[in-house]
Design a protein around this ligand. Sequence first.
Ligand code: APR
Length: 318
Amino acid sequence: MMKRRKIGLVGAGQIGGTLAQLIGLKDLGDVALIDIAEGMAKGKALDLQQSFAVSGHDCVIEGGSDYGLLKGCDAVIVTAGIPRKPGMSRDDLLKINAGVIKTTALEIKKHCPNAFVIVITNPLDIMVWLMQQASGLPTTHVIGMAGVLDTGRYKTFLAQKLNVSVQSIDAFVLGGHGDTMVPMPGFTTVLGIPLNHFIDKGKITQKCVDDIIERTRNGGAEIVNLLQTGSAFYAPANSAVQMLEAYFYDQKRALPCAAHVKNAYGVKDIYVGVPCVIGAKGVEDIIELDLTEAEQAAFHRSAKAVEGLIHDLERLNI
Ligand code: APR
């Protein structure tokens, strides 16, 4: 008999709520929705439970502020934290969110040390590094969500421009989330045909590809500006669910994630965005590529930014 799976969601905000809904509708398991704002976690859990009754989904969802709800979780997705507010320095944000991640890491270690943990809280690469350090969980079981989202954005813009289905596009991005992201047009294909072919045939210009890369890099900010309050949540939640499914269903799916790189791409022992294979054992492999000089330089900038943040954490005594 197969045991029902249980997924812990730490953070019941915009992404956390959307995650709970997706998990219920996809029958991925039961949900524990945890937030420091107890009423919100309880309220969303109750609303979602009633929603599942309407559509006939068996997901049992419980909400609250007690981390004890994590007991027995097979996977945990972490979105808890605060966004950067006007007047707040990067250090302030780093300090607050690092505190939240550290607390969460210790609770995960206590209640569900065998869980597969996906971190979404920003600044992502450093938060996922801290989650692994503070929880002591194996590096195969602690991973950050960014590359799938960035790739989704990149594919959206390319599909619109080329007038083809997003399903025909294969692509990925390397490096950190945000400014230091490294899109890889050299590895982008449409039906297996390299993007360069479409540039040569005049279907899309190099300038247009460059603009798409820039828009992808600023994809989060574009949505923040439009929403006025809060940041993107549908695509981030869907991206984490894809990673969760790869783990639960042992898909051995190659996905770009913020993963622990022991010694590859010229970097050692940091978390950074790389293509990895996710299956039942967590991160089962990291795919290493031969990069061009420019790609290698961009990737190193990304890795250096993460290393700088690790030093900042030490400086801030976290
Ligand atoms: N423990 C539990 N929950 C906490 C804690 C804590 N110590 N501190 C904050 N939270 C909760 C907040 O109460 C809030 O409900 O985390 C939740 C975050 O939700 P939102 O503010 O709605 O943010 P969301 O849009 O879901 O994004 C979450 O993902 O993409 C990143 O930059 C984004 O770091 C942010 C995270």
